[in-house]
Design a protein around this ligand. Structure first.
Ligand code: TYD
Length: 395
């Protein structure tokens, strides 16, 4: 049973950028209550109420995984690492987005699974075998029937999106070859607690995993975690290496080390999350305080990166065009639109990061380094960034 520890209020679908702002569009905007709970039985942190995946992952899905240099590089590195370590003859990616990971593989040796039709079209037309469907047992059976078993199933920032985690693992079990591995990575709850990055909670993140929770979930299946890594992507992610219980892979030392660390951090206790929730409330107060002060001094504030995360921040803290003039983002299909819920216009950085801007809120704080390097000119001329991670401050 989940017990609630955090309530982030009424939130829209983070991916539903609005084309225009008029009475009809805003009246039809979908909102749900975003509250988060902890399950004492399996140590899993999940949304109290899941949003129907069909509402989120459709043919209008805006996010392009290849839009950041950091992510392009990171997918290239992990693809080469996995090929070297596991030498897979057949690989598959769950949630292949625009193909940023699979393009590092030979087209004959990799399969893409992507339910968003607009994204699946991209990999299909690039010549990759693509299934535009949700990952489940039925699809796994269908794929195995026409392609044999899979040696490597990889997934980044997707498994946490699927409410029914049992179905995910059962499907992996159907798809994997005898010594096949299922490697997936998602934002890490340990980093969220450490960095106070409450904006990792939004409609798409049905769960945020720890090693404790995934080990517990798999304890009554024929799969096991045999290795784990904490990585830097998305402000701290966890990468699991999973295989069949009777496969040749033995548990690594990383496992024992991380389990003890998570117990020390209290990721198995409700009180840890309750304390986190108090810190989140303080973060909201401080952010509003800073923005009010800057506005009083007639400062021009914008936001950098029309991220899903910033949708959570803006709607939870009630930040709209009263504080933020506009959001800048390099993604062309976000430009010209308005942010979900708070309806802040989104424009291109080329136009938006002009000399009149005094402060830019780091909506894409997970790319802080990349952005600081890129926007050296803005910083040199006295422009400043505002962030709320790990605490609210002006950089
Ligand atoms: P992302 O990290 O995927 O965050 P979320 O999952 O919360 O949406 O999104 C980063 C966004 O920031 C994406 O829309 C691209 C944008 N962006 C820029 O506009 N400029 C940049 O230099 C970088 C790194 C990202």
């Amino acid at each position: 049973m989940k017990k609630i520890f955090l309530n982030l209020g009424k939130q829209p679908i983070t991916n539903s950028f609005l084309n225009k702002i008029d009475k009809k569009t805003t009246k039809n905007e979908f909102f749900y209550n975003l509250s988060i709970g902890f399950d004492k039985k399996n140590f899993l942190v999940s949304l109290m109420n899941y949003v129907n995946p069909k509402k989120m992952f459709n043919d209008k899905y805006a996010h392009r995984a290849s839009s950041s240099k950091t992510m392009r590089k990171s997918f290239k590195v992990i693809a080469s690492k996995l090929k070297k370590r596991f030498k897979p003859k057949k690989s598959l990616e769950i949630g292949s987005n625009d193909g940023v990971f699979i393009k590092n593989f030979d087209k004959r040796e990799v399969i893409a699974v992507e339910p968003c039709k607009n994204l699946a079209k991209i990999t299909k037309s690039a010549g990759f075998k693509t299934y535009s469907e949700f990952w489940n047992k039925r699809l796994a059976k269908k794929i195995v029937k026409s392609n044999n078993k899979i040696d490597l199933i990889y997934s980044a920032n997707t498994i946490s999106h699927i409410p029914d985690f049992k179905e995910v693992f059962d499907a992996a079990s159907i798809g994997l070859s005898k010594n096949g591995v299922f490697v997936f990575e998602d934002p890490y709850i340990g980093s969220v607690i450490k960095n106070n990055s409450y904006d990792q909670f939004y409609d798409e993140h049905a769960h945020l995993f720890s090693l404790l929770s995934v080990s517990k979930i798999l304890s009554n299946t024929n799969l096991k975690v045999f290795d784990v890594e904490i990585i830097k992507t998305h402000g701290g992610s966890i990468r699991f290496y999973i295989c069949r219980r009777n496969s040749k892979f033995k548990k690594t030392k990383n496992m024992k080390f991380l389990i003890s660390k998570e117990i020390r951090q209290g990721l198995n206790k409700f009180i840890t999350f309750k304390k986190f929730s108090n810190r989140v409330k303080k973060s909201k107060k401080k952010l509003i305080h800073i923005l009010k002060k800057l506005k009083k001094n007639n400062k021009k504030i914008i936001s950098y990166g029309a991220t899903y995360k910033s949708t959570t921040v803006f709607n939870y803290c009630n930040i709209g065009t009263n504080f933020i003039d506009y959001v800048i983002d390099t993604t062309s299909n976000k430009q010209g639109k308005f942010t979900p819920g708070k309806h802040i216009p989104i424009i291109s950085p080329k136009v938006g990061l002009n000399d009149a801007v005094d402060y830019a809120f780091l909506g894409a704080w997970n790319f802080k380094k990349e952005i600081q390097l890129k926007e050296n000119f803005f910083l040199k001329r006295g422009g400043k960034f505002i962030t709320h991670v790990p605490n609210v401050r002006i950089i």
